[in-house]
Design a protein around this ligand. Sequence first.
Ligand code: HEM
Length: 136
Amino acid sequence: MGSENLAYALTQVVHNFGAAFALGGAVFALWPIPRPEFARVFVRLICLAWGAQIASGILFGLTSLYYYGETPDLSSVAIAALAIKVAAAISGFLLAAGYLIRGREWNRVSVRRTFQSLAALAAIALTAAAFLRWFS
Ligand code: HEM
């Protein structure tokens, strides 16, 4: 019981900070004023944050498999919420990685739209997280 709770709690720590960086990093790059000079630093952190979300999300499932031999039996609402989170996390990771690879060629408007999209994806994932939690 102790080790199981510890495993979930440590996974949740990574997952919570990943969520905070994914949304906070994108918002901070845009508000109160856009900071294009720091865009690459922020995107690197945001890319790491989305990667952490995917890794810790998988770890949640693996922890359940290890301790119970199966993943939780989810309702259809929870499955939809999880699918939205996975889609948001993959899109956020690819968008941030795309910026890191090709972003030097993008103009200011494209850079601003990238950060707006990253913030929107994080907000969608956080909203889905609440439905996953309470409709499980
Ligand atoms: C591959 C992607 C993801 C997977 C597989 C995943 C999976 C999970 C799982 C299994 C839980 C525990 C649910 C429960 O307590 O019943 C959880 C919680 C949570 N996830 Fe994710 N997640 C993913 C992406 C994200 C993203 C991108 C965000 C936000 C940016 C996010 C935010 C949260 C939050 C805030 C919680 C805690 C909810 C609560 O206990 O109230 N997740 N996630």
